[in-house]
Ligand binder design. Structure first.
Ligand code: NAD
Ligand code: UDP
Length: 324
């Protein structure tokens, strides 16, 4: 049994953050969840509120935070293109000022800190699958840049704090992850398709639907993050975390229609600017360094996610949660 730690999870009321808080509490740690509730929701952590080892701090990470902790998971940042493009200046501030504030905190209290980075640092990649040594092809001035360049700058800050101040860092590059607790209005492809299918509305496939993504189920991803935090101090990453099985968006749409038994048809819509054409993680480093690989096939993860959204639909929350 490992020693109980004080752990800070920024973005802890979001989709991934809420599962991470749950997992860390289950392991016997004390968890402080910091969130400004921009895309996160108290409902995601409502089942944890009675746990005396859990606390919520309403706080925006673009401002300094003074707490005593052993470990920090820095997840605060809207992840869906719809939400991160809503206030792009705030998105960049969240990644960059947020990283500076959390790294400053880690330095002061000598905490270990893990950054939730992203496959978006590879942009619209020219090599396939993406390995961690690929520097990426990112448009610095487009509508996705606030997120992509913000996350890239955060990685720079992490490695500078490591080189300059010996802060113990871990940089995880997360590829598309999905599961229960995504918001119905999240805007990312899996929640969009499921919500549309459950209402027998047209499935909105952007472009020709031939662009690809590789989808990781949330439980697998959380296991990877926790394993990464537990690595020796010389393991800084970056490490890709994701499921290497690749699908086109058209294949995904048809699978969601099949699994929901929906009468939805497919509606082709314009492809958003700078939408990456393909994405697949090379997870060789994660296999080697973390002894980790995802276990959940897309079909199985989708079934669990569909069950979650069906629950929202039957309690009349499919639209209500979206409007919160
Ligand atoms: P999410 O939008 O559900 O969660 C983000 C959380 O951060 C929300 O609770 C939001 O309210 C909070 N937040 C945003 N700005 C904040 C601020 N300034 N101060 C405090 N809290 C703030 O998204 P998610 O999918 O759970 O993503 C979590 C992290 O993982 C993000 O950093 C994201 O970039 C990264 N990531 C996620 C994926 C994925 O597919 N889910 C892929 C790559 C990277
Ligand atoms: N997409 C789509 N229909 C939707 C939402 C997204 O076809 O309703 C496509 C989008 O253009 C992209 C892929 O699905 O090619 C994944 O989009 P998402 O926003 O989930 O993640 P990201 O582009 O950041 O990987």
């Amino acid at each position: 049994m490992q020693r109980a730690k004080q752990i800070l999870v920024t973005g802890g009321a979001g989709f991934l953050g809420s599962f991470l808080c749950e997992r860390l509490l289950d392991e016997g740690h004390a968890v402080a969840c910091v969130d400004n509730f921009f895309t996160g929701n108290r409902r995601n952590v409502s089942q944890l509120l009675d746990n005396r080892s859990f606390e919520i701090i309403r706080h925006d990470v673009t401002f300094p935070l003074y707490v005593e902790v052993d470990e920090i998971y820095n997840l605060a940042c809207p992840a869906s293109p719809v939400h991160y493009q809503f206030d792009p200046v705030q998105t960049t501030k969240t990644s960059v000022h947020g990283a500076i504030n959390m790294l400053g905190l880690a330095k002061r209290v000598r905490a270990k800190i893990l950054q939730a980075s992203t496959s978006e640092v590879y942009g619209d990649p020219e090599i396939h699958p993406q390995t961690e040594d690929y520097w990426g092809k990112v448009n610095p001035i487009g509508p996705r840049s606030c997120y992509d360049e913000g996350k890239r700058c955060a990685e720079t800050l992490f490695f500078d704090y490591w080189r300059q101040h010996r802060v113990r860092i871990k940089v995880a590059r997360i590829f598309n992850t999905y599961g229960p607790r995504m918001r119905p209005d999240d805007g990312r492809v899996i929640s969009n398709f499921i919500v549309q299918a459950l209402q027998n509305e047209p499935i909105t496939v952007y472009g020709t639907g031939q662009q690809t993504r590789s989808f990781c189920y949330v439980d697998d991803l959380i296991e990877g993050l926790v394993r990464m935090m537990q690595t020796a101090d010389d393991v800084t990453g970056p490490i890709n975390l994701g499921n290497p099985v690749e699908f086109t968006m058209l294949e995904l749409a048809n699978l969601v229609i099949e699994l929901t038994g929906s009468r939805s048809t497919i509606r082709f819509m314009p492809l958003p600017i700078d939408d990456p054409k393909q994405r697949q993680p090379d997870i060789g480093t994660a296999v080697r360094e973390l002894n980790w690989k995802p276990k959940t096939a897309l079909r199985d993860g989708l079934a669990k996610t569909i069950t979650y959204f069906e629950g929202l639909a039957s309690s009349g929350h499919l639209r209500a949660v979206a409007a919160e």
